[in-house]
Design a protein around this ligand. Structure first.
Ligand code: 13P
Length: 254
């Protein structure tokens, strides 16, 4: 049965006031939804516990936006996967292009974090995607393959069991220019086929999300595609009304 994940990546946004307004609105409406779509909210780390208290025991799950490469120790300012688990996190976003770009995270660092997450039985949301230049020079598949292979080489053939991948073309993030849903469908198929070469079970159950300028107007076109299993949403997930509209669209296409 097809099941979607609709995930909100709030990035560096929100305050106690806006988050409590968002959660009150979400909770008042969420019971009328079919629960066919799992919802993930990834707030800034400082708000994780606050969000968890509100969503605990619903079909809304807690996501983290980042973790350190270490589990404990003298690493000032960092948070570990172990701590995330402790406060109720279930999903951890990693490999996001903003972390690759602004925090110099390469495939090696990302695969180390991936292993930490898997070893704690948490669910990684691994972001992969190409730049505009790579797309224009027809390198998309090679770039994605390289990003996936780093994980397969470090964690093994079964790395993508119980794992979520988010295809986020970098040129579509925060630009208002979303990718074409039919092209995204082909890329998601490519991702699944690539993983299938290593492990059929992983590929059959793999959830591949699309992210990049998704909003309530274009969500349906993406979610109608057979291999798009949900969305990772940035700015449109900050407005509760719009986020709820997208969840409804997801429920309706299933
Ligand atoms: P936008 O939806 O704001 O383009 O951001 C997408 C994203 O980066 C989600 O991780």
């Amino acid at each position: 049965m097809k099941k979607n994940i609709i995930a909100a990546n709030w990035k560096l946004n929100g305050s106690i006031k806006t988050i409590s307004y968002f959660l009150t609105s979400l909770k008042s409406k969420i019971s009328s939804f079919s629960k066919k779509s799992a919802i993930v909210i990834a707030p800034p780390t400082v708000f994780l516990e606050r969000v968890y208290k509100e969503i605990n025991n619903t079909n809304v799950y807690l996501g983290a936006q980042n973790i350190d490469m270490n589990l404990t120790g003298a690493f000032t300012g960092e948070n570990s996967a172990l701590m995330m688990k402790d406060v109720g996190v279930k999903y951890i976003i990693l490999g996001h292009s903003e972390r690759r770009l602004f925090h110099n995270e390469n495939n090696e660092i990302i695969s180390k974090k991936f292993c930490l997450i898997k070893n704690l039985n948490l669910i990684p949301i691994l972001c992969i995607g190409e730049t505009e230049i790579e797309k224009k020079s027809n390198k998309t598949e090679n770039i994605l393959k390289k990003q996936l292979n780093f994980i397969l080489n470090s964690f093994g053939k079964k790395a993508f069991r119980n794992t979520v991948i988010a295809y986020e073309p970098i040129w579509a993030i925060g630009t208002g220019i979303s990718a074409d849903p039919k092209s995204v469908q082909l890329i998601h198929k490519f991702i699944k086929n690539h993983i299938k070469k290593y492990d059929t079970i992983s590929a059959e159950n793999l959830i591949v999300l699309y992210g990049g300028s998704v909003n309530a107007l274009n969500a349906e076109d993406f979610l109608k595609q057979p291999d798009i299993n949900g969305l990772l949403i940035g700015s449109a997930s900050l407005k509760c009304e719009e986020f709820l509209k997208i969840i409804k669209i997801s429920d309706n296409v299933l």
